[in-house]
Every structure is written in structure tokens, then in C-alpha cells.
Design a binder for this molecule. Sequence first.
Ligand SMILES: *Cc1c(COP(=O)(O)O)cnc(C)c1O
Length: 406
Amino acid sequence: MKFKDIEFNTYYKKYPDAKGYFGKYGGSYVSPELQVAMNEIADAYHTICKSRKFINELRRIRTEFQGRPTPISHLERLSDKIGTGVQLYVKREDLNHTGAHKLNHCMGEVLLAKFMGKKKVIAETGAGQHGVALATAAAYFGLKCDIYMGAVDIRKQAPNVARMKILGANVIEVTEGLATLKEAVDAAFIAYRNEYKDAIYCIGSVMGPHPFPLMVRDFQAVVGIEAREQFVGMTGELPDAVVACVGGGSNAIGIFSGFLNDPVDIYGVEPLGRGAEMGDHAASLTYGEEGIMHGFNSIMLKDDQGQPAPVYSVASGLDYPSSGPEHAFLRDIGRVKYDVIGDEEAIDAFFELSRMEGIIPALESSHAVAYAMKLANTMGKGSILVNLSGRGDKDMDYIIENYGIR
Ligand SMILES: *Cc1c(COP(=O)(O)O)cnc(C)c1O
């Protein structure tokens, strides 16, 4: 099946199907006990997300608390410097409260928890970005928040650990195994299995078992809806291309969803890290194969034993051995092109956007900016809209220490 064979006005009704599949990707591969909990969330979501009360409350929060809509900025100086006539624009998710797009789905997930009568939210975090967004949402709604984090990550990410604690979250140190993200995921799932009557598990991207890829997409769609309207309002036309970085894939799905049905080229940018050898990158859609992990079927990077491969990227938010099932589907049907950007190019783009435009981007978002700059060099004219998923304050110390000022 190819993209042109799908009637795109029915795309959002058809995908995912009732069991959470985008073609062969997605689904729910969890223990029977956890399946009970997933069914409860799916049922609640299907009724609650349609209720006026829920929709109105989420809208109000987005305006009054998150500061939405976030603007689109025209990168005039950078476009002039590239000099091909192509105009670059960025959707400013760095200006969303807490400085990244993650709050879009965390506010939705915790509002759902509140409507379901839950008292607590549970999650794991690696670099701490998801933990901070969720702790923010939990504080706003007055729910308890348990964040599972590997002991190694707790030491590496002290500022985010402090943020979570200040926001009132309970940061639970996981010391098993290598004491990083994978062990934190396992610990959080075990806790959830024991506590699901009072708690809800909040996933940090468009991944995990059904209904999370669907729910997180719906909550992030606001980015694409706003961006399309704003871009047409500013320029009188659609962009020729839309670009976003892809870790789990939530910021990308958010902006892509506004343009899937349009004659717009869409690009997802994966981290090439230090290079194409296993262990040096996290470009799952580019180098991976089909497989099941963390409760869903998608494209993943596997080691010789078929286990999730070790991954690396300078951007910790992109360093995950798989991507959401909808991205695997959009790749297969040819609607989105996935390509890679390495550490060095991302660091260059980080400084370029800072110097030329006065916007310090997150290292994750810098991958998308780097790709857009390359694309602008190959296009004769036209426009490119980049999703600037977050701000780079969190990355500054690391960059100065490891790369110096460029
Ligand atoms: C977490 C994060 C990402 C990666 O997550 P996606 O689900 O792929 O969007 C990208 N950018 C920023 C700023 C992040 O914090």
C-alpha cells in the first residue's frame, strides 16, 4: 500500500484501528494484568476525549497555563545567509511552558487521569525531560507523581532531578542492572501493575502499548493545527516542506499531523550520533528492523541476540532504540521521508541558530534545524517549516564543556 492509495480525509478515523494498529505496527504486547489497565485507559479515553467538558478544559489550560498558541518565527537572517532564496520558519515549541513540546501531552494525560478519578501518575524518565513535564502537570492538577529514574541518570541530570523535587514529585532511584532508562522502564511498569487502580502510567512519546500512540498524537496535534493556520496566515500559502526531529516521535507527529493531507514534503530527522556503526547512533527507522519492545510492534534497532541495541546521540531526548508505530507506518507508505543528522552537524546548527537568530535550540531540535539548512541548500526556492521542539538551556553546560564555543 502507498500513501496515494489512502484517502487522507479518512486517515485519522482509520489509523490506528480499534486495536491500536497502524498497518502492522503498534498494538499492545503486555501481560494480561497490564492489558486490563490498558483497556481501562483506552475505554476512558474514547469517552472522555469527546466530552465538551474535557475539550474545553484542555483548551483553557493551553491558553492560560501553557501560553499557547506558540508563534512561528521567520528566520530571515539565516535564510539570507543560506542564500538560495529558500525561506526558513520555526514553530516555537521552545516557548511552550517548561520549554518544550512535552507538556502538550503531559497536560492531556494528567487531565485524563483526573477525569478517571486517579490519585497518582507514574512514569520513568531518562534525561529527566519527561519527568519534569509530568511533574509540572501533576503539580498543576494536584495529583501525586512517582518518577522512576536510573541511579546513573540521577547523577548525570542533577538540575532536572532538582526541578522534579521542587515540583513535588517523588523521584525513585532504580539501582538494578545498568541503572539507566531501561531498568527505570521496568521498575515503573512493575509499580504500575501493583498500583493501577489508583494510578495511571504516563508515556512520554507516541509509543508504548495502545492507546498511548493514539492519545499522545491527539494531544500533540495542536502543534500541527496551529502551525498550518499560522503559516498560511503569515505567507498566504503552505510551506513546501515540514521538518522535525524524531526520538520516540511525538513532536514530529504533532506537526506532521497538520500537513499529512497537503501537498507538502515531510521529513523526520533521526540522530546519526557518531556514525552508522551499531551503538554509535539511534536512527531506528533508517537502520532498524521490525520487532516488539516495551509493549508495541515497530521498527527497532536490535543487537545480535535480537535485544534492543545500545544507542547513542549527543541529544539524550533522541537516544531510544525504536520510534512510535505511526512513524514506521508513514515510512512504509512513503508519506514521510526519514533521514539522519549526526552530532557534529547538530552542534553546528545549535550555534548557527543561536548566533543568527537569537534562539538557543535544544540539541534534539538542532537536528531538525541542521537538516532544514541542508535541504534549503538543495532547493531552488520555497519555504521550510521546522518544529523547534524545545529550548537549549538544558544543553548549554554540556556543549561548552565538550565542544567549547564555536
Ligand atoms: C524529548 C524531546 C524530544 C524527543 O521526543 P519526541 O517524542 O521524538 O518528540 C525532542 N525534542 C525535545 C526538546 C525533547 O525534550
